[in-house]
Design a protein around this ligand. Structure first.
Ligand SMILES: [Zn+2]
Ligand SMILES: [Zn+2]
Ligand SMILES: [Zn+2]
Ligand SMILES: [Zn+2]
Length: 319
């Protein structure tokens, strides 16, 4: 999920004109809950506060970027909101027309503002129009919850997410850089309702997510195991991991670099960047009457010696 780009749209959804009007008189109180960091920034950088507030769209409270629109009475709103208010100013209900607010756009051009992740440690200051671009890739931006089994909208830093996984998702936590896991499933024919397993490992002072799941790869049901690093991609490249699964005298081994949790679980899965086990093989590994899946996955995480091209992308894995 891309957090930064769709706020304007989602906060408008389900609002009719009355709602918009009711919300409008208190534009500066609205973002206390949804955008805590903006407030911190405002209270820290006083000179820019009032202009900055002028640049908040009064309807969705997001920062406005050109083209900024205004009604005949001078009420401003962002271009996303403009397309959603059916040509009627949400403030005075007059016909909106198609008037640009060039003056405000010019004022914005002269502004320099701190990154919105200022309170999370980002020291950078940007021209107004360059800020958004940086914030999309800012190293201090919060991480999305790495849990895969449901759409979870929780974001935060790594310690916060580790606690969240443990307390809210009841994820198993393990210390150490080797593991030995058994995945048992009594009805392995049901791949359609994909099952997810997540285990978190704590080693080298870092946290790693071991994912195990069933899904359809084309027509073929498969199981897949892979590791994600709870941190940035650059840091992830300092580590490697191996996974091993086998039985009945056969064995599959995977060795790779953990992907950052900046890459969504689905993205990693769809790039096949992990240990993939065909269901037939998985049932063969399980032994017995093929009615039950019993896979033993062993693995190890280790730290790589620093090398400049250590995590080089394999083109068809990174597309
Ligand atoms: Zn807006
Ligand atoms: Zn108006
Ligand atoms: Zn930043
Ligand atoms: Zn979550």
């Amino acid at each position: 999920m891309d957090l930064d780009s769709v706020e304007c749209i989602s906060s408008l959804e389900g609002l009719d004109e009355d709602d918009i009007d009711r919300h409008h008189p208190h534009p500066h109180h609205q973002f206390t809950s949804s955008k805590p960091h903006t407030n911190n920034v405002n209270s820290t950088i006083h000179p820019a506060t009032s202009v900055h507030e002028l640049l908040e769209c009064p309807v969705c409270t997001n920062s406005m970027y050109p083209p900024i629109h205004q009604c005949h009475n001078g009420h401003t709103l962002c271009s996303t909101c403009k397309t959603r208010v059916h040509n009627r100013c949400p403030t005075c209900r007059q016909e909106l027309g198609d008037i640009r607010c060039l003056a405000l756009e010019k004022v914005a051009e002269s502004l320099e503002l701190p990154c919105k992740y200022y309170s999370l440690g980002c020291p950078e200051i940007f021209p107004y129009y360059g800020k958004l671009k940086h914030e999309a890739v800012c190293n201090f931006r919060p991480y999305n919850c790495p849990y895969a089994g449901s759409e979870c909208s929780v974001t935060g830093d790594i310690p916060y997410l580790v606690a969240h996984l443990r307390d809210d998702h009841k994820v198993d936590m393990h210390s150490g850089c080797t593991f030995n896991h058994r995945y048992v499933k009594s009805n392995p024919r049901e791949v359609e309702n994909a099952t997810w397993m997540l285990t978190v490992f704590h080693c080298f002072g870092q946290y790693f997510c071991l994912h195990f799941e069933a899904f359809q790869l084309g027509m073929a049901p498969v199981y897949m195991a892979f590791l994600r690093f709870m941190g940035d991609e650059m840091e992830a490249r300092n580590y490697s991991y191996s996974l091993e699964v086998g039985g009945n005298g056969r064995k599959l081994i995977w060795e790779g670099t953990p992907r950052s949790i900046r890459d969504s679980h689905r993205k990693v899965r769809d790039s096949h960047d992990g240990l993939i086990i065909q269901r037939n093989m998985a049932l063969f590994f399980s032994g017995g009457d093929r009615k039950e899946l019993k896979l033993r996955v062993t693995g190890r995480i280790w730290k790589e010696q620093q090398s400049p091209d250590g995590g080089a992308c394999i083109p068809n894995l990174c597309s």
